[in-house]
Design a protein around this ligand. Sequence first.
Ligand code: 9MR
Length: 497
Amino acid sequence: MAAQLRAARRPGRALAALALAAAGGLLAAATVGSGPAGAAGTTLRDLAEAKGSYFGTALTQSNLNSSTITAIAGTQFDMVTPGNEMKWDTTEPSAGNFNFGPGDQIVSFAKAHSMRVRGHTLVWHSQLPNWVSSLPTAQVQAAMEKHVTTEVTHYKGQVYSWDVVNEPFNEDGTLRTDAFTNAMGSGYIADALRTAHAADPNAKLYLNDYNIEGLGAKSDAMYALVSSLKQQGVPIDGVGFESHFIVGQVPSSLKANMQRFTALGVDVAITELDDRMPVPASAANLAQQATDYAYVVNSCLAVSGCVGVSQWGVGDPDSWIPDFFSGYGAATMYDNNYQPKAAYNAVVTALGGSTASPSPSVSSSPSASPSSSPSSSSSPSSSASPSVPPTGAACKVTTQVSSWNTGLTENVTVTNTGGSAVNGWKLAFTLPGGQSVTNAWNATVSPATGQVTASNLSYNAAIPAGGSTSFGFQANHTGNAAAASGFTLNGVACAAG
Ligand code: 9MR
C-alpha cells in the first residue's frame, strides 16, 4: 500500500517545488532540493516514505498565510491534518448549513504539495456547536448521521483517513458523557463508523484519543472497544494515538500498546505528536525531547501496523501548547525562529537519514545527545573552500549559551553588516578550553575543540547584505561553559552583537 501511494504521489513533487519557487519567497526559492529548515539533502517526508511511512503535520487556515510555515510544511511533511477546519463548529455551524471553505483550503494546499490528508474530526464533544448539544435526544442520531454523511461525501476520495470519533473516553476508561452518548449510548460510535464507511468506503476510519499511548485504564477501554467493534464487523481501520507528551514522560509501553492494537487487525498512527516542557527551554530538556521524539518514531517504525507519525503543528510558534498549558511550550521540532531543533535531527536519524554532523574527529567524541549522527555530512567539507573571498564580510555575531553540568548548547547568529551578499560562509571562532563539540545544526563544525570553523550547508549559504543566519552546536565541557569568541567571517573579524 505504501509503495503504491508513494508512486502515485511522486509526480506531484516537482510541481510542488515549482509552485514554491514560483511563489518567489526567498525561503522557498532557496531551498528546493533540500527543503527549508531541515537537514541537507533530506526531508522528513522523503525519509519516512523510503520506510513506507509518512510524516505529517497539523495546519490551520491561518498557517497558510505564513510563507515560513507553508515552506516547511510543503517540503518536510507529506500528510496534513487540518487543525480546526473540518470540525463540526466550522463545517456545520448551524443545522444543515455546511461550510467546507476552510477545510477545502487545507485540502488544496495538501494537493499542491502532494500531501495526503487526515480528516479531523467528525464526531467530538468539543468544538461542537450549541445547536447539536441542545437538540432533543431523539434528534441527535439523525443530525449526526447527516453531518457525517455530508462531510465525508464532500471529501470523498480526497482524504486518506477520518478521525470519525474523537476522544470518546474519560481518563478512567469510562465513556465520556456528551450529546452522543446521551442520545445513543455507546452505540453512537459504531453508527458513526458505519455511516462514514457508507459515504466513502475507501477512507481509513479511525478512533482517536489522548492518554491511550501507554498501557493503562484508558487504553484498555479503547482496546476493548476496538476489539468489540471488530467482532461485530463494524468498519474500523485504525486507532490514533494523539501523543501530546511531556518531556521525559513518553510511556515505555508505547510499542507494546501499539502491538496489541495491530494484533486486532487495525492500523495505529501517532496523530498529534508534541512534547512540551517548561519555557524557556533548558538544554537538558531539549536533549530529552530529541530522545523522546526518536523513541516515538522508532517505536512506530518497529510496529508494522503503525502507518505514520504526525506532529501537531509545524513549529513552536504555531503550537497550541502555550495557550493551553501556562508556562509550557517548545513542544515541536522547530524552534521560535522555525529552525530545526535537536528533536528534528533525532527524527532524521531515526528515519535513517544523516544530519549535518561534524567531522569524524568530532563524531568520535562522546555524544551528549541521541541526535548526533556519526555518519558523514553531505555538506561541504571544512577544506572545500578555505579561500572563499571575503565579499561583503563585515559582520556581527551574537551567541546564546544554555549549559548544564557537563554540556551546553550554543546558538550563534551571524549578521552580514557589509554592503553585499555573502555567498558561502565560514565562521571561525575559538572554543574555551575543555569544550568539545558533539553535534551541530544548520552548519558543519570542525574540528571539535580549540580553533573551530562553522561552514554553511547548501540551504543557508547565502546571507544577503543586512541579513543574518543562525546555527548551533552542542558541546561537552569540563567546567567552562562560556561562549565561543574571536569570530571571523570568511576571514574578516566580526563585531560582538
Ligand atoms: O489545535 C487545536 C486548537 O487550535 C483548538 O483551539 C483546540 C480546541 O479544542 O483544538 C486543538 O486541536 C485538538 C485536536 O483537535 C484534538 N486533540 C487535542 C488537540 C489540542 O487541543
